[in-house]
Design a protein around this ligand. Sequence first.
Ligand SMILES: [Zn+2]
Length: 54
Amino acid sequence: MNDTETAGCPLCPRELSVRTELRVHLMVDHRKSAVIEEYVARLEHRDESAAPAP
Ligand SMILES: [Zn+2]
């Protein structure tokens, strides 16, 4: 049931239902930016703590 949390894209107004979808969206729609790789890396690191965003 953890997949119900939402994650907003930092580069566009789009909102993804799951952090995994945000990861895919970033890689597919914004993969031209090198910043995305760093952002995705942070997302993966944050997954370990599983802390819900406020
Ligand atoms: Zn986006």
